[in-house]
Design a protein around this ligand. Structure first.
Ligand SMILES: Nc1nc2c(ncn2[C@@H]2O[C@H](COP(=O)(O)OP(=O)(O)OP(=O)(O)O)[C@@H](O)[C@H]2O)c(=O)[nH]1
Ligand SMILES: [Mg+2]
Length: 326
Protein backbone atom coordinates (compact mmCIF):
# COMPACT_ATOMS: atom_id res chain seq x y z
CA UNK A 1 0.00 0.00 0.00
CA UNK A 2 1.48 3.35 -0.99
CA UNK A 3 1.70 6.46 1.18
CA UNK A 4 -1.34 8.26 -0.26
CA UNK A 5 -3.48 5.15 0.02
CA UNK A 6 -2.36 4.72 3.64
CA UNK A 7 -3.21 8.34 4.33
CA UNK A 8 -6.67 8.02 2.81
CA UNK A 9 -7.39 5.04 5.07
CA UNK A 10 -6.13 6.96 8.09
CA UNK A 11 -8.36 9.92 7.15
CA UNK A 12 -11.34 7.60 6.75
CA UNK A 13 -10.77 6.14 10.22
CA UNK A 14 -10.27 9.46 11.95
CA UNK A 15 -13.38 10.84 10.27
CA UNK A 16 -15.20 7.72 11.51
CA UNK A 17 -16.17 6.26 8.18
CA UNK A 18 -17.86 3.13 9.55
CA UNK A 19 -17.80 1.29 6.23
CA UNK A 20 -14.05 1.71 5.77
CA UNK A 21 -13.42 0.84 9.42
CA UNK A 22 -15.46 -2.36 9.08
CA UNK A 23 -13.45 -3.19 5.94
CA UNK A 24 -10.18 -2.59 7.76
CA UNK A 25 -11.25 -4.87 10.62
CA UNK A 26 -12.07 -7.56 8.06
CA UNK A 27 -8.57 -7.15 6.65
CA UNK A 28 -6.91 -7.49 10.05
CA UNK A 29 -8.99 -10.64 10.57
CA UNK A 30 -7.43 -11.96 7.38
CA UNK A 31 -3.97 -10.94 8.68
CA UNK A 32 -3.53 -8.88 5.51
CA UNK A 33 0.07 -7.53 5.63
CA UNK A 34 -0.99 -4.63 3.34
CA UNK A 35 -2.72 -2.87 6.23
CA UNK A 36 0.39 -2.77 8.43
CA UNK A 37 1.31 0.80 7.49
CA UNK A 38 -2.26 1.91 8.23
CA UNK A 39 -2.15 0.21 11.64
CA UNK A 40 1.21 1.83 12.29
CA UNK A 41 -0.17 5.30 11.58
CA UNK A 42 -3.36 4.65 13.55
CA UNK A 43 -1.49 3.35 16.58
CA UNK A 44 0.28 6.69 16.89
CA UNK A 45 -3.11 8.43 17.01
CA UNK A 46 -4.60 6.20 19.71
CA UNK A 47 -4.63 6.08 23.48
CA UNK A 48 -7.76 8.15 24.05
CA UNK A 49 -10.54 5.57 24.37
CA UNK A 50 -11.40 3.87 27.62
CA UNK A 51 -11.08 0.22 26.76
CA UNK A 52 -13.04 -2.15 28.97
CA UNK A 53 -12.87 -5.96 28.78
CA UNK A 54 -15.84 -8.03 29.91
CA UNK A 55 -15.25 -11.71 30.34
CA UNK A 56 -16.80 -14.68 32.12
CA UNK A 57 -18.22 -18.14 31.52
CA UNK A 58 -20.69 -18.79 28.68
CA UNK A 59 -24.17 -17.51 29.46
CA UNK A 60 -23.10 -15.47 32.51
CA UNK A 61 -24.96 -12.49 31.09
CA UNK A 62 -22.07 -10.61 29.47
CA UNK A 63 -24.04 -9.39 26.43
CA UNK A 64 -27.02 -8.42 28.58
CA UNK A 65 -24.71 -6.42 30.82
CA UNK A 66 -22.93 -4.83 27.87
CA UNK A 67 -26.30 -3.74 26.58
CA UNK A 68 -26.97 -2.02 29.91
CA UNK A 69 -23.57 -0.35 29.79
CA UNK A 70 -24.30 0.96 26.30
CA UNK A 71 -27.56 2.48 27.55
CA UNK A 72 -25.79 4.00 30.54
CA UNK A 73 -23.00 5.56 28.47
CA UNK A 74 -25.38 6.79 25.77
CA UNK A 75 -27.36 8.59 28.46
CA UNK A 76 -24.15 10.45 29.23
CA UNK A 77 -23.79 11.16 25.54
CA UNK A 78 -20.64 9.04 25.32
CA UNK A 79 -19.94 7.15 22.09
CA UNK A 80 -19.48 3.41 22.49
CA UNK A 81 -17.94 0.67 20.34
CA UNK A 82 -18.37 -3.02 21.10
CA UNK A 83 -16.12 -5.83 19.94
CA UNK A 84 -17.83 -9.16 20.61
CA UNK A 85 -15.13 -11.80 20.41
CA UNK A 86 -15.98 -15.36 19.54
CA UNK A 87 -19.59 -15.60 20.69
CA UNK A 88 -19.84 -18.92 22.53
CA UNK A 89 -22.87 -20.29 20.74
CA UNK A 90 -21.96 -23.07 18.29
CA UNK A 91 -23.85 -21.41 15.41
CA UNK A 92 -21.54 -18.51 14.87
CA UNK A 93 -23.69 -16.68 12.31
CA UNK A 94 -26.80 -17.12 14.42
CA UNK A 95 -25.04 -16.07 17.58
CA UNK A 96 -23.66 -12.96 15.99
CA UNK A 97 -27.07 -12.12 14.63
CA UNK A 98 -28.60 -12.91 18.03
CA UNK A 99 -26.15 -10.62 19.75
CA UNK A 100 -26.91 -7.87 17.30
CA UNK A 101 -30.63 -8.31 17.78
CA UNK A 102 -30.23 -8.36 21.54
CA UNK A 103 -28.26 -5.17 21.32
CA UNK A 104 -30.49 -4.04 18.44
CA UNK A 105 -31.94 -1.01 20.18
CA UNK A 106 -28.65 0.70 19.57
CA UNK A 107 -28.15 -0.45 16.01
CA UNK A 108 -29.48 2.67 14.38
CA UNK A 109 -27.69 4.96 16.83
CA UNK A 110 -24.56 6.43 15.16
CA UNK A 111 -23.03 6.72 18.64
CA UNK A 112 -22.82 2.93 18.86
CA UNK A 113 -20.76 0.53 16.76
CA UNK A 114 -21.03 -3.23 17.24
CA UNK A 115 -18.66 -5.68 15.63
CA UNK A 116 -18.28 -9.43 16.12
CA UNK A 117 -15.10 -11.35 15.57
CA UNK A 118 -15.09 -15.16 15.50
CA UNK A 119 -12.06 -17.45 15.68
CA UNK A 120 -13.09 -19.23 12.52
CA UNK A 121 -13.05 -15.96 10.61
CA UNK A 122 -9.60 -15.00 11.80
CA UNK A 123 -6.31 -16.05 10.27
CA UNK A 124 -3.52 -16.53 12.77
CA UNK A 125 -3.89 -15.39 16.36
CA UNK A 126 -7.25 -14.12 17.56
CA UNK A 127 -5.62 -12.01 20.23
CA UNK A 128 -3.43 -10.30 17.60
CA UNK A 129 -6.52 -9.58 15.48
CA UNK A 130 -8.36 -8.14 18.49
CA UNK A 131 -5.34 -5.96 19.28
CA UNK A 132 -5.35 -4.64 15.71
CA UNK A 133 -9.12 -4.05 15.77
CA UNK A 134 -8.62 -2.09 19.01
CA UNK A 135 -5.96 0.02 17.31
CA UNK A 136 -8.58 0.94 14.68
CA UNK A 137 -11.38 1.59 17.19
CA UNK A 138 -9.06 3.63 19.41
CA UNK A 139 -8.05 5.84 16.50
CA UNK A 140 -11.77 6.42 15.81
CA UNK A 141 -11.86 7.96 19.27
CA UNK A 142 -14.86 6.17 20.68
CA UNK A 143 -15.22 7.39 24.27
CA UNK A 144 -15.67 3.82 25.42
CA UNK A 145 -14.67 0.57 23.74
CA UNK A 146 -15.99 -2.66 25.24
CA UNK A 147 -14.54 -6.06 24.37
CA UNK A 148 -16.77 -9.00 25.26
CA UNK A 149 -15.14 -12.42 25.33
CA UNK A 150 -15.97 -15.77 26.90
CA UNK A 151 -13.45 -16.41 29.65
CA UNK A 152 -12.54 -19.99 29.03
CA UNK A 153 -8.88 -20.18 28.12
CA UNK A 154 -5.52 -18.57 27.64
CA UNK A 155 -6.63 -16.92 24.42
CA UNK A 156 -9.37 -15.00 26.18
CA UNK A 157 -7.07 -14.02 29.01
CA UNK A 158 -4.68 -12.63 26.40
CA UNK A 159 -7.54 -10.72 24.78
CA UNK A 160 -8.79 -8.95 27.90
CA UNK A 161 -5.22 -8.00 28.78
CA UNK A 162 -5.45 -5.54 25.87
CA UNK A 163 -7.84 -3.42 27.94
CA UNK A 164 -7.40 -0.97 30.80
CA UNK A 165 -10.19 -2.42 32.92
CA UNK A 166 -10.96 -6.12 33.12
CA UNK A 167 -14.44 -6.93 34.38
CA UNK A 168 -14.85 -10.58 35.32
CA UNK A 169 -18.41 -11.84 35.44
CA UNK A 170 -19.45 -14.81 37.53
CA UNK A 171 -22.82 -16.23 38.55
CA UNK A 172 -23.87 -18.44 41.42
CA UNK A 173 -25.25 -20.92 38.88
CA UNK A 174 -23.22 -24.10 38.75
CA UNK A 175 -22.37 -24.03 42.44
CA UNK A 176 -20.00 -22.19 44.71
CA UNK A 177 -16.88 -22.83 42.72
CA UNK A 178 -15.48 -19.73 41.06
CA UNK A 179 -15.35 -20.53 37.37
CA UNK A 180 -12.65 -19.98 34.77
CA UNK A 181 -9.91 -19.89 37.38
CA UNK A 182 -7.68 -22.10 35.26
CA UNK A 183 -6.62 -19.46 32.82
CA UNK A 184 -5.35 -17.21 35.59
CA UNK A 185 -8.07 -14.69 34.83
CA UNK A 186 -8.85 -14.30 38.54
CA UNK A 187 -5.40 -12.87 39.08
CA UNK A 188 -5.92 -10.18 36.45
CA UNK A 189 -9.54 -9.13 37.06
CA UNK A 190 -9.88 -5.43 37.95
CA UNK A 191 -13.56 -5.60 38.86
CA UNK A 192 -15.49 -8.70 39.89
CA UNK A 193 -19.18 -8.94 39.22
CA UNK A 194 -21.62 -11.58 40.39
CA UNK A 195 -24.38 -11.30 37.81
CA UNK A 196 -27.84 -12.88 38.08
CA UNK A 197 -27.99 -11.60 41.65
CA UNK A 198 -31.60 -12.76 41.61
CA UNK A 199 -30.27 -16.34 41.72
CA UNK A 200 -29.79 -17.90 45.15
CA UNK A 201 -26.21 -18.37 46.30
CA UNK A 202 -25.05 -15.03 44.91
CA UNK A 203 -23.89 -13.79 48.29
CA UNK A 204 -21.85 -16.92 48.83
CA UNK A 205 -20.21 -16.30 45.46
CA UNK A 206 -19.44 -12.72 46.50
CA UNK A 207 -17.83 -14.12 49.65
CA UNK A 208 -15.74 -16.63 47.68
CA UNK A 209 -14.49 -13.90 45.35
CA UNK A 210 -13.66 -11.60 48.26
CA UNK A 211 -11.60 -14.35 49.86
CA UNK A 212 -9.79 -14.91 46.61
CA UNK A 213 -9.03 -11.19 46.23
CA UNK A 214 -7.67 -11.05 49.78
CA UNK A 215 -5.07 -13.64 48.77
CA UNK A 216 -3.86 -11.70 45.73
CA UNK A 217 -0.45 -10.06 45.71
CA UNK A 218 -0.66 -6.36 46.58
CA UNK A 219 -3.85 -6.73 48.61
CA UNK A 220 -4.24 -3.72 50.90
CA UNK A 221 -1.38 -1.79 49.26
CA UNK A 222 -2.66 1.72 48.38
CA UNK A 223 -0.22 1.86 45.46
CA UNK A 224 -1.94 -1.17 43.94
CA UNK A 225 -5.41 -1.28 42.50
CA UNK A 226 -7.82 -2.87 44.98
CA UNK A 227 -10.60 -4.71 43.16
CA UNK A 228 -14.06 -5.00 44.63
CA UNK A 229 -16.88 -7.47 44.12
CA UNK A 230 -20.25 -6.16 42.95
CA UNK A 231 -23.62 -7.75 42.34
CA UNK A 232 -25.68 -7.05 39.23
CA UNK A 233 -28.90 -8.18 37.72
CA UNK A 234 -28.25 -7.44 34.09
CA UNK A 235 -31.78 -8.20 32.92
CA UNK A 236 -33.25 -5.47 35.14
CA UNK A 237 -30.23 -3.16 35.20
CA UNK A 238 -29.85 -3.39 38.96
CA UNK A 239 -26.29 -2.70 40.05
CA UNK A 240 -25.26 -1.32 36.66
CA UNK A 241 -24.72 2.26 37.80
CA UNK A 242 -22.54 0.96 40.69
CA UNK A 243 -20.53 -0.98 38.13
CA UNK A 244 -20.10 2.17 36.02
CA UNK A 245 -18.92 4.07 39.09
CA UNK A 246 -16.38 1.33 39.74
CA UNK A 247 -15.19 1.43 36.12
CA UNK A 248 -14.82 5.19 36.57
CA UNK A 249 -12.79 4.61 39.75
CA UNK A 250 -10.53 2.22 37.84
CA UNK A 251 -9.74 4.76 35.11
CA UNK A 252 -9.22 7.52 37.70
CA UNK A 253 -6.80 5.23 39.51
CA UNK A 254 -4.86 4.73 36.28
CA UNK A 255 -4.60 8.46 35.65
CA UNK A 256 -3.56 9.10 39.26
CA UNK A 257 -0.97 6.32 39.11
CA UNK A 258 0.83 6.95 35.82
CA UNK A 259 3.52 4.41 36.71
CA UNK A 260 0.88 1.67 36.98
CA UNK A 261 -0.73 2.78 33.72
CA UNK A 262 2.67 2.86 32.00
CA UNK A 263 3.62 -0.60 33.28
CA UNK A 264 0.33 -1.92 31.91
CA UNK A 265 0.85 -0.24 28.54
CA UNK A 266 4.38 -1.58 28.27
CA UNK A 267 3.18 -5.06 29.10
CA UNK A 268 0.40 -4.76 26.51
CA UNK A 269 2.85 -3.61 23.86
CA UNK A 270 5.24 -6.43 24.73
CA UNK A 271 2.48 -9.05 24.57
CA UNK A 272 1.12 -7.79 21.27
CA UNK A 273 4.59 -7.63 19.72
CA UNK A 274 5.35 -11.12 20.98
CA UNK A 275 2.16 -12.49 19.42
CA UNK A 276 2.92 -10.86 16.09
CA UNK A 277 6.52 -12.08 16.13
CA UNK A 278 5.45 -15.63 17.00
CA UNK A 279 2.83 -15.62 14.26
CA UNK A 280 5.30 -14.42 11.65
CA UNK A 281 8.01 -16.83 12.72
CA UNK A 282 5.55 -19.69 12.67
CA UNK A 283 4.46 -18.83 9.11
CA UNK A 284 8.08 -18.52 7.98
CA UNK A 285 9.04 -21.85 9.60
CA UNK A 286 6.14 -23.59 7.90
CA UNK A 287 7.31 -22.20 4.56
CA UNK A 288 10.90 -23.27 5.20
CA UNK A 289 9.82 -26.79 6.09
CA UNK A 290 7.85 -27.04 2.85
CA UNK A 291 10.82 -25.66 0.90
CA UNK A 292 13.08 -28.30 2.41
CA UNK A 293 10.70 -31.06 1.41
CA UNK A 294 10.35 -29.71 -2.12
CA UNK A 295 14.09 -29.34 -2.59
CA UNK A 296 14.39 -33.13 -2.67
CA UNK A 297 17.78 -33.04 -0.94
CA UNK A 298 16.31 -34.75 2.11
CA UNK A 299 15.28 -37.95 0.41
CA UNK A 300 18.68 -39.62 0.65
CA UNK A 301 19.10 -38.46 4.25
CA UNK A 302 15.74 -39.89 5.17
CA UNK A 303 16.45 -43.17 3.41
CA UNK A 304 19.69 -43.56 5.39
CA UNK A 305 18.03 -42.13 8.55
CA UNK A 306 20.81 -39.55 8.61
CA UNK A 307 18.54 -36.61 9.48
CA UNK A 308 16.54 -36.67 12.67
CA UNK A 309 13.76 -34.19 13.58
CA UNK A 310 16.07 -32.15 15.82
CA UNK A 311 18.68 -31.73 13.15
CA UNK A 312 16.03 -30.77 10.63
CA UNK A 313 14.62 -28.20 13.06
CA UNK A 314 18.15 -26.71 13.35
CA UNK A 315 18.25 -26.37 9.57
CA UNK A 316 14.87 -24.64 9.57
CA UNK A 317 15.95 -22.24 12.32
CA UNK A 318 19.13 -21.45 10.37
CA UNK A 319 16.98 -20.64 7.34
CA UNK A 320 14.92 -18.33 9.54
CA UNK A 321 18.08 -16.61 10.78
CA UNK A 322 19.29 -16.17 7.21
CA UNK A 323 16.06 -14.26 6.54
CA UNK A 324 15.16 -16.40 3.57
CA UNK A 325 11.68 -14.93 3.64
CA UNK A 326 9.75 -12.13 5.43
N1 LIG B 1 -32.02 -14.48 35.92
C1 LIG B 1 -31.16 -13.70 35.26
N2 LIG B 1 -30.89 -14.00 33.97
C2 LIG B 1 -30.02 -13.21 33.33
C3 LIG B 1 -29.39 -12.09 33.94
N3 LIG B 1 -28.55 -11.52 33.05
C4 LIG B 1 -28.66 -12.25 31.92
N4 LIG B 1 -29.55 -13.26 32.07
C5 LIG B 1 -29.94 -14.25 31.08
O1 LIG B 1 -28.88 -15.17 30.86
C6 LIG B 1 -28.89 -15.62 29.51
C7 LIG B 1 -27.52 -15.42 28.89
O2 LIG B 1 -27.29 -14.03 28.78
P1 LIG B 1 -26.21 -13.43 27.78
O3 LIG B 1 -26.18 -11.96 28.04
O4 LIG B 1 -26.45 -13.89 26.41
O5 LIG B 1 -24.92 -14.13 28.35
P2 LIG B 1 -23.44 -14.10 27.73
O6 LIG B 1 -22.52 -14.23 28.88
O7 LIG B 1 -23.28 -12.95 26.82
O8 LIG B 1 -23.45 -15.44 26.89
P3 LIG B 1 -22.41 -15.88 25.76
O9 LIG B 1 -22.03 -14.69 24.96
O10 LIG B 1 -23.18 -16.90 24.98
O11 LIG B 1 -21.26 -16.47 26.52
C8 LIG B 1 -29.99 -14.85 28.81
O12 LIG B 1 -31.13 -15.67 28.75
C9 LIG B 1 -30.22 -13.66 29.72
O13 LIG B 1 -31.53 -13.15 29.64
C10 LIG B 1 -29.73 -11.81 35.31
O14 LIG B 1 -29.24 -10.86 35.92
N5 LIG B 1 -30.60 -12.65 35.90
MG1 LIG C 1 -22.62 -12.83 24.78
Amino acid sequence: MDVSMTQSYVDAVTSRDLRICAQLITRVEAADPEVRPVLHALYALGGHSRVIGITGPPGAGKSTLVNQLITHYRQQNLRVAILAVDPSSPYSGGAVLGDRLRMGVHDVDPGVFIRSMATRGVLGGLSRAVGDALTILDAMRWDVVIVETVGVGQNETDIVRHTGCIVLLQTALGGDAVQSSKAGILEIGDIFVVNKSDVSGSDRMVGALNEMIARRAGHGDPQCWQPVVLKTEAISGQGVSELCTEIERRFSFLSQHPEVAMARRLDQLRRRALEIAKERISVALEEHSQELLKSGQLTADVRERRTDPYELSETMIRMLGAGRSH
